[in-house]
Design a protein around this ligand. Structure first.
Ligand SMILES: *[C@@H]1O[C@H](CO)[C@@H](O)[C@H](O)[C@H]1NC(C)=O
Ligand SMILES: *[C@@H]1O[C@H](CO)[C@@H](O)[C@H](O)[C@H]1NC(C)=O
Ligand SMILES: *[C@@H]1O[C@H](CO)[C@@H](O)[C@H](O)[C@H]1NC(C)=O
Length: 756
């Protein structure tokens, strides 16, 4: 534009024009909205979902659980959209999906429905259970736990509302790469049953690929979120852990979100927004701290616990979600499985030690420190995700589309490739299920790979339900230990009707599966869907079409092993509910969806709706006591104050802790608030440095075993990059006044201490 007079006015004018043009002609195709909300359920007394270990009941929080959601809409027709929700939960639940869809319907009409909403779980085994509707998934939680359910349902809705409200023009980038050391196969002998030619096509017996999306706000050029899919179990935390935790994927999200919002926080201890450094001599700090006593418990408002939050949720948080994939046989315990008695590797075919499965336990990279293992596996996923995020340059373009259908899996006719017609069966579990895995051995002396059940167990089984002849034949070679698909008392033990769904975002195809596909099962399904899309799609799909599996989505139906793996009857096969042809049935039904999508056709029949069993749920878990502290003591008073080391101050790596008289955290979950805080003295004010969503802070709850009073211990693992200063620990809690339904809130602080 040489020769034009450069008057400021004109420059302004040109800029304005360019802005206009960029809006009008911008080739943005998508609107994106993201949301994130606290879904931490009851932190006391509730059985954790995953290991089915009766003794594993929540008693505190390592870090909070969140729901993370994105909505993507077609910019030129924004009714065409879908929602993807990722929960820090063991898995999706049919009842959650049903109830959430009902509320969405009343709020948004038909904009969000079963076809375009996917709700997926990360598969952490460290979240409160009792939110699933089939009996087998709520035995150890003593039935349905309304508080668990409500916390998750509310969080899903809040995230969808947030994402809906902040939809805006955005570009989406896609990238893929390998995670190093994030998982190994925990049933390698079963994997070896797959044909040699098939195995030869892959360089590993697990999928190491992570597929990542990056969302960038068109107007500001800033990234608003990132979702990825990668397969590894949420079993870095063991079956003995009692602290609520998002496990390795939760850690990865926490690291990514914190690093994004303030890249300095990973190397310093300061949360976003605080950068006043206290430079002082340790002697002065010690002197200062000595003069500041514990505050004593006192009443406070519920809001006070929210104000103490480091990351305040005003709906504009950057959202990084780590979603689950074909996780069936992938363990994060990457060192391998060893016998706890001899220290030797376990038996290869059964993962047992001299015939005893309970002695064979997998080790994470931080063994024997499971919290360290959780952090390490989380960090490995975070590092790959960050690299993919930083280098993502391929922009997604093309259609948003989806297909969904319900299928009754108890009796599907499946036409195999060799034209033979076979059938699926009613759901059943084999003894390998009861044996558990190297991530969490089971009980009662069952072994993975058992293809017989002894007469004693057969007798017990028959008291519950004798499997039908059809069932025994159909499930073979799985011996039927529990014929859950034939058990309906007091309500169905296993799902019969499963949702399957395909979401399309340009070249990315997301397969929502209601269970845990093993590595090879996942590969077969992805490949079959891709072939179907290409061969039916008029050139719209090609080798570049990228298919990912979103595991544990919309409902839960345990495992899906290949036909060949099924014959070994290890845990995954024994938990493949609908018989040896379960995978083939999935491939056949997904083929129909994929073909319809490729041809632009609707699905003729949406299939039978799954039942809503909410009115039949049993709930046997008692409510919390209405505890009051001993005479003369107030809730929030310290029972055991900070114990200073001899030198008079703490150093990095130390773990100062304080125990407070407290009340059961079930009285109020303090959603988007915190039970615990580390505060740092800044001038005359105390500022929160960490809350119970931080990896360095532990909130542990228990009943004092002699007096039955509640006790909360807050423990801070001082990070290596902590800053010298004066600190204290704070506890927030809620209690119920005896004889009333009134909830009151209290707080208390520890004695101050110096950190060098
Ligand atoms: C595992 O079982 C297979 C047969 O199913 C057998 O050939 C192999 O030797 C066994 N491996 C070990 C290490 O026991
Ligand atoms: C699923 O199909 C089976 C066999 O056809 C049938 O008996 C059963 O009632 C169906 N289940 C549901 C929940 O509709
Ligand atoms: C109570 O707990 C303490 C410490 O945890 C333990 O030493 C003691 O044996 C317990 N007492 C009972 C009666 O369980």
């Amino acid at each position: 534009m040489g020769g034009w007079p450069l008057s400021p006015l004109l420059i302004g004018c040109v800029c304005f024009l360019q802005l206009q043009l960029s809006i009008v002609f911008s080739n943005h195709e998508y609107l994106i909205g993201v949301g994130s909300y606290d879904m931490t359920g009851p932190a006391a007394d509730v059985n954790m979902m995953g290991y089915a270990n009766l003794e594993q009941k929540t008693s505190g929080i390592h870090f909070r659980l969140r729901a993370r959601t994105f909505i993507v809409a077609d910019a030129s027709n924004n009714n065409n959209r879908f929602v993807f929700v990722n929960l820090d939960a063991g898995m999706a639940s049919q009842l959650l999906t049903i109830k959430v869809l009902q509320v969405l319907h009343s709020r948004y009409g038909n904009l969000y429905n079963e076809e375009n909403v996917a709700i997926s779980g990360t598969h952490t085994h460290a979240g409160p259970g009792g939110y699933l509707q089939y009996v087998i998934y709520s035995v150890t939680s003593l039935g349905f736990v309304k508080q668990s359910f409500d916390a998750i349902a509310n969080a899903i809705l809040q995230t969808i509302i947030q994402a809906h409200n902040n939809l805006k023009p955005a570009s989406i980038f896609i990238n893929t790469g390998e995670v190093k050391g994030g998982g190994i196969n925990r049933s390698p002998s079963a994997y070896l049953e797959n044909p040699a030619e098939e195995r030869a096509r892959y360089d590993s017996n697990v999928d190491r690929e992570m597929s990542l999306l990056k969302f960038v706000d068109e107007a500001s050029g800033k990234s608003i979120g990132s979702f990825n899919w990668y397969a590894t179990h949420g079993t870095s935390m063991s079956r003995d852990n009692k602290l609520i935790s998002g496990d390795n994927k939760g850690v990865a999200s926490r690291l990514f979100e914190d690093f994004f919002s303030s890249p300095s926080t990973i190397t310093s201890t300061l949360p976003p927004g605080i950068n006043t450094y206290i430079v002082a001599d340790i002697g002065q700090l010690v002197k200062k701290a000595r003069g500041i006593k514990a505050s004593g418990g006192h009443e406070c408002s519920k809001e006070r616990s929210k104000e103490a939050k480091v990351r305040k949720n005003d709906g504009s948080l950057f959202v990084a979600a780590f979603c689950q994939s074909n996780v069936g046989d992938v363990t994060p315990n990457v060192v391998g499985a060893f016998c706890i008695d001899t220290g030797k590797p376990c038996d290869f075919n059964h993962s047992s030690c001299n015939g005893n499965d309970q002695l064979c336990v997998g080790r994470g990279p931080g063994y024997p420190d499971e919290i360290l293992s959780t952090k390490m596996i989380g960090e490995r996923q975070f590092i790959t995700a960050w690299k993919l995020f930083e280098s993502a340059s391929e922009e997604l373009r093309g259609k948003i589309d989806y297909r969904h259908v319900y299928v009754n899996f108890t009796n599907i006719q499946v036409k195999l490739e060799n034209k033979k017609v076979v059938k699926t069966c009613p759901a059943a579990l084999g003894p390998g299920f009861a044996a558990g895995t190297t991530d969490g051995p089971g009980a009662f002396g069952f072994q993975q790979g058992d293809t017989k059940i002894n007469p004693f167990w057969k007798h017990l089984r028959d008291l519950l339900k004798k499997p039908s002849k059809h069932q025994v034949r159909c499930q073979s070679p799985k011996p039927v230990l529990l014929s859950t698909g034939e058990m309906f008392d007091p309500y169905p033990w296993a799902p019969a009707i499963l949702p399957i769904q395909i979401l399309r975002l340009g070249k990315l195809i997301i397969l929502s599966v209601p269970g845990e596909f093993t590595t090879m099962s996942g590969r077969r399904l992805r490949e079959a869907v891709k072939e179907t899309l290409i061969s039916n799609g008029n050139g719209e799909f090609d080798q570049d079409t990228h298919v990912v599996i979103a595991g544990l989505t919309n409902t839960y139906s345990q495992y899906i092993a290949t036909f060949e793996e099924y014959h070994q009857q290890r845990y995954e096969a024994a938990s493949t509910l609908y018989g040896p042809h379960t995978l083939s049935a999935y491939i056949q039904e997904f083929h129909k969806l994929a073909r319809a999508m490729a041809k632009g056709e609707k699905i003729a029949a949406k299939g039978p709706s799954p039942p809503d069993l909410s009115s039949q749920q049993l709930s046997l878990l008692l409510g919390p006591f209405e505890e009051s502290p001993p005479k003369g003591i107030k809730l929030g008073d310290t029972k055991q104050d900070i114990a200073l080391p001899k030198r008079g101050y703490f150093s990095k790596g130390d773990r100062p802790s304080a125990t407070f008289w407290s009340a059961n955290p079930r009285h109020d979950l303090l959603t988007e608030g915190t039970f615990a805080a580390v505060e740092m003295l800044q001038g005359k004010k105390w500022l929160t440095i960490h809350d119970d969503d931080d990896l360095s802070l532990f909130f542990k709850w228990k009943l004092d075993n002699s007096s039955l009073h509640g006790l909360a211990t807050i423990e801070w693992e001082i990070p290596n990059h902590a800053i010298s200063g004066v600190y204290r620990l704070r506890h927030f809690g809620a209690s119920k006044t005896s004889g009333t339904s009134r909830i009151s809130y209290f707080t208390g602080t520890s004695h101050a201490f110096a950190v060098k």
